[in-house]
Design a protein around this ligand. Structure first.
Ligand code: FAD
Length: 214
């Protein structure tokens, strides 16, 4: 099984209760990428600002970072792209960050793209307005991409209990069950592709060992 780990308990209801609870512990973290193509970056230059961190009011749990992309732009008159990326759980101050991912996802799904775009325009106007920025004329394009189920959950050192290594939910959750082995980046509790590859390899070994092929 290499799908999101927290749906496995619905597909394999015969799993032991402890394992089902472990698989239910975490859910994918919602993500949003925002790209804004600006006519030029004169207001940034005028204000002496290269990066700003803004609160998404419509998705109130999110912090949005605008960053001038790194290729050298010699003229302040050239169009430039500004990109904001956030994971929607990180701004929660709730007792358990894994619950925050779920609340963040609901918030995201309850926010229309239109409302998100409006908020981006407002924020840029508030930040860059004093530098002469006019959202009506200076925004050439705006995209918002959202992944309600984005990154695999990684433990939060402040809000997750300190589990013994073998008691960590993702370790209990990935135990082989009969002829079923469990992969996905979720089973490594780390978000990137290298983890998915490592867990796939581990799951193949689990399958071979638990069925006596090795
Ligand atoms: C927006 C975004 C940007 C990212 N950027 C990077 C990056 O720059 N670098 C990086 O290393 N990682 C990045 N990642 C993370 C990377 O995408 C994941 O680590 C990787 O895709 C996890 O692979 P996986 O095989 O565990 O799961 P997935 O790639 O999610 O694959 C799971 C598969 O299971 C399938 N599936 C689900 N349910 C069922 C079912 N019932 N039956 C059959 N099939 C099913 C799905 O369709 C899917 O194809 C990014 C992720 C997101 C969301």
């Amino acid at each position: 099984m290499a799908c999101f780990n927290n749906i496995i308990r619905y597909i394999v209801p015969e799993l032991p209760q402890e394992q089902k609870e472990a698989l239910a512990y975490a859910s994918k973290v919602p993500m949003q990428y925002t790209n804004v193509l600006l006519r030029n970056w004169r207001p940034w230059k005028k204000l002496g600002v290269s990066e700003s961190r803004l609160l998404m009011a419509t998705i109130s749990i999110c912090t949005w970072t605008i960053r001038s992309r790194s290729e050298p732009i010699n003229s302040t008159s050239r169009p430039t792209n500004h990109r904001g990326a956030h994971d929607a759980k990180s701004q929660f101050t709730r007792p358990a960050a894994q619950g925050a991912a779920t609340v963040g996802r609901l918030d995201m799904l309850n926010t229309s793209f239109q409302a998100g775009e409006l908020e981006v325009r407002r924020q840029l106007a508030r930040t860059l307005g004093p530098g002469g920025f006019d959202p009506a004329g200076d925004i050439l394009a705006l995209t918002i991409n959202r992944w309600p189920h984005g990154y695999a959950y990684t433990y939060d050192t402040l809000s997750d209990p300190s589990f013994a290594p073998e008691q960590r939910p993702h370790v209990i959750g990935r135990r082989a069950f009969g002829r079923i082995a469990i992969a996905n980046a979720d089973s490594g509790a780390a978000a990137y592709t290298n983890e998915a590859i490592d867990q796939a390899e581990r799951a193949v070994h689990d399958c071979l060992f638990s069925n006596g092929y090795v």
